[in-house]
Design a protein around this ligand. Sequence first.
Ligand SMILES: C[S@@+](CC[C@H](N)C(=O)[O-])C[C@H]1O[C@@H](n2cnc3c(N)ncnc32)[C@H](O)[C@@H]1O
Length: 220
Amino acid sequence: MIEANHLRTTRESYGRLAETYAEFARPLFEQEHLDRAAIAAFAGFVRAGGDGTVADVGCGPGHVTAHLHALGLTAFGVDLSPEMIDLARRTHPHLRFDVGSMTELDLADGALGGVLARYSIIHTPPERVPEAFAEFHRVLAPGGLLLLSFQAHDEPSAPPEPFDHQVALAYRWSPDHVVSLLRETGMVEVARLILAGREDTKRRFPQAHLLLRKSAEAQP
Ligand SMILES: C[S@@+](CC[C@H](N)C(=O)[O-])C[C@H]1O[C@@H](n2cnc3c(N)ncnc32)[C@H](O)[C@@H]1O
């Protein structure tokens, strides 16, 4: 099968900069209190829904997968970049990390209680995003939760631009547009948290955290 260009470019850029990205993201996550609040709420909903397994899709160096584990969830990470997965495995040897793409997850239908996709759809061109969303929906059990985080924009989608850590170009979307795409797959919005961007920080764009639930009713 021919691989899409954006997957190759993304894998190569994170492969070259896995350690650099980890040095950027790990300490930042320690200070991201509202992100952590959203993740804690996600964990609570997953536990209440039967405590199913959670995939951290586009897990990077695995620090958030480890955080999910520390919150008591059965969590594993998936990432496009073998170098990222290698780094995640070395840093968190007690956890499972797999190489794979969010567009083609090696998981059975309905296998998961939760999907966390934290800043990992941002390198996917807008026309390919529905593919990833359909895959999130497929692997979630009915009633399963999705927590999706990305840099927000007022327009439905915006041209790619250099991201805060400069690893690769990133896309931004409006939260409403993303929710409407997810709704088409059979997901229902539970809540959204929008953080203001701050020029004086490493998060200069507004950040959206969307919590959605896969409808428990049978899909057409
Ligand atoms: C900005 S980093 C986010 C890493 C981590 N989730 C975090 O919160 O710090 C984006 C990650 O998503 C991964 N990624 C991008 N597209 C992907 C895809 N199609 N499938 C799996 N991982 C992907 C990249 O390799 C990279 O590690």
